[in-house]
Design a protein around this ligand. Structure first.
Ligand code: FE2
Ligand code: FE2
Length: 274
């Protein structure tokens, strides 16, 4: 089942992303998607204070009194920094490079690169820059464990982090669409950018699950809500935007792929259920 699942996932990735070019960090179809975004730029009319944003990006806890819109943009930027940190580290250490690298690993690494760009586009609609800021210390250690764990035991761990990531992206997507409902093109763009990420991340979850034994999948399911709570705690803006009780309740329920993918405009592929 797993082997078939991974084979199917490889085909799905080639279909969804087109040719993969690791040296130039390019996926052919993804470039087309970005071309479409650039040809049709969307700008919010909300006044967002760039200095307040930049200042708070460097703070563990945001200054009091920030608007939910500002909190949403800070959460987007900070989640992006945690991802970027992990992707950059994996790349620097050549985690997915070499003759024996499986094709899906190259696709997955490149997809993660694009997540940085997708989230930067969210900020760009508000005239906000993409700044490189290291994530908080606990998140840095967490990311390092993910990157440096031996592959065999790493899949359950990374998979659980991918599961938790799916919930964060899904929740932020919902919040973003609600917050900017009065600017329909902005809300639609937020939905589209986050949906791209979610489509990829669901695929990553399925891949990790497919590489796990059933005992390892049990561990993956056990870790997932714990990682979810860690992410929310480490990104204070998330806990301020999303009712922690509701978030915890969602994390304590079984991971629901159908619920996550119901509204997605793209095909998704789950090599194995976690
Ligand atoms: Fe990602
Ligand atoms: Fe991922």
């Amino acid at each position: 089942m797993s082997a078939l699942g991974i084979e199917g996932y490889r085909e799905f990735l080639a279909r969804r992303d087109g040719d993969a070019d690791l040296l130039h960090r390019r996926l052919a179809s993804r470039e087309e998607f970005f071309g479409g975004l650039e040809a049709d730029p969307v700008r919010s009319t909300r006044p967002i204070d760039r200095d307040v944003f930049a200042r708070n990006l460097h703070r563990r806890r945001p200054e009091p009194g920030l608007s939910p819109e500002m909190l949403f943009l800070l959460a987007t930027a900070k989640l992006n920094q945690a991802e970027r940190f992990g992707v950059g580290l994996g790349e620097t250490y050549g985690r997915n490079s070499g003759d024996d690298t499986l094709p899906e690993r190259v696709y997955m690494e490149l997809e993660e690169h694009y997540h940085t760009r997708l989230l930067a586009y969210v900020l760009d609609m508000f005239g906000l820059p993409f700044h490189v800021v290291p994530p908080p210390m606990v998140m840095r250690q967490f990311v390092k464990i993910n990157v440096f764990l031996p592959e065999r035991i790493g899949f359950g761990f990374v998979g659980a982090a991918e599961m938790a990531g799916c919930i964060m992206f899904d929740e932020l997507r919902r919040v973003g669409v609600e917050l900017f409902a009065d600017e329909p093109d902005v809300a639609a763009r937020i939905e589209s950018l986050y949906s791209e990420i979610l489509t990829d991340e669901v695929g990553h979850v399925g891949y990790c699950a497919a590489r796990c034994t059933s005992a390892e999948r049990t561990v993956m399911r056990w870790l997932y809500p714990r990682f979810g709570r860690l992410f929310a705690r480490q990104t204070a803006e998330i806990s301020m935007l999303i009712d922690p009780k509701k978030l915890h309740a969602r994390l304590d329920e079984p991971f629901n792929v159908d619920q996550l993918t119901a509204g997605l405009p793209n095909d998704t592929f789950l090599a194995a259920h976690p």
